[in-house]
Design a binder for this molecule. Structure first.
Ligand code: C5P
Length: 218
């Protein structure tokens, strides 16, 4: 980026999945490679921002110059983000956070015999919505959400933007970007829907960063 459009800005991001323990060897998680979030962290850094990336389990290397905080569960991610959000100028929630976690994770491995044979029931409890909580702060950073949908993308993405009180939502259809290195996305803001050219996740990340910088400047 020339000029460095995010120079002097603090950017906080989440990326990757969360993992919610059932017992010491099992858990529930979401499918997320973490690539889009890592590409955005890298692009924000290249635009001159001080970048903190709160990451669920991904195997990806930390982008150069980015401070990474490793977390596992949604509750850990929530704590790591909320303790830093008020000091941030921008928050980009890319993580695929598990909506529910086991209500009472076992400290010892669950045995088939003890669990009851042919069927078992797992009680789940709702995780906090990290992005909604940040957007509801008294002086929130500029908040960007992601909406990955299998159908009716425009309706769901715009509803998410309004309900979570976000200036910007990045929508993509599941199948267009999952696991791969390229992605096809549509940006939703107060002025409407803006499709971006299909390109690499890094190219899309740079476009999104440029939009955020323009919004902060305007
Ligand atoms: O409501 P939904 O989960 O589809 O919203 C997706 C957006 O909200 C993403 O930006 C995601 O990172 C964020 N989110 C969050 N905390 C949750 C659930 C979603 O920050 N518990």
């Amino acid at each position: 980026f020339t000029p460095k459009v995010l120079a002097g800005k603090q950017v906080l991001l989440t990326a990757g999945p969360t993992f919610e323990a059932i017992d010491p060897v099992r858990g529930i998680t979401n499918l997320s490679s973490g690539r889009m979030g890592y590409a955005l962290a890298r692009a924000a850094r290249q635009a001159g921002a001080a970048v903190t990336l709160v990451s669920g389990p991904t195997g990806l290397p930390c982008p150069v110059g980015v401070a990474r905080i490793d977390v596992t569960s949604a509750l850990e991610m929530h704590g790591a983000v909320l303790s830093r959000a008020a000091a941030s100028d921008v928050f980009i929630a890319v993580a695929a956070v598990a909506d529910y976690r086991p209500a009472a994770p076992e400290t010892r491995k669950i045995k088939k015999t003890a669990a009851g044979g042919e069927a078992m029931t797992l009680a789940l409890t709702r995780n906090p919505d990290i992005l909604s909580d940040v957007a509801a702060l008294p002086a929130p950073p500029y908040c960007v959400g992601f909406a990955a949908e299998s159908h009716d993308l425009a309706q769901y993405a715009e509803a998410k933007r309004v309900n979570k009180k976000l200036p910007l939502v990045v929508g993509n259809l599941i199948g267009d970007g999952f696991g791969g290195d390229s992605n096809k996305v549509i940006l939703f803001d107060a002025s409407g829907a803006h499709p971006l050219a299909t390109t690499s996740k890094h190219g899309i990340a740079r476009d999104i960063v440029a939009r955020i910088a323009a919004a902060l400047a305007g």
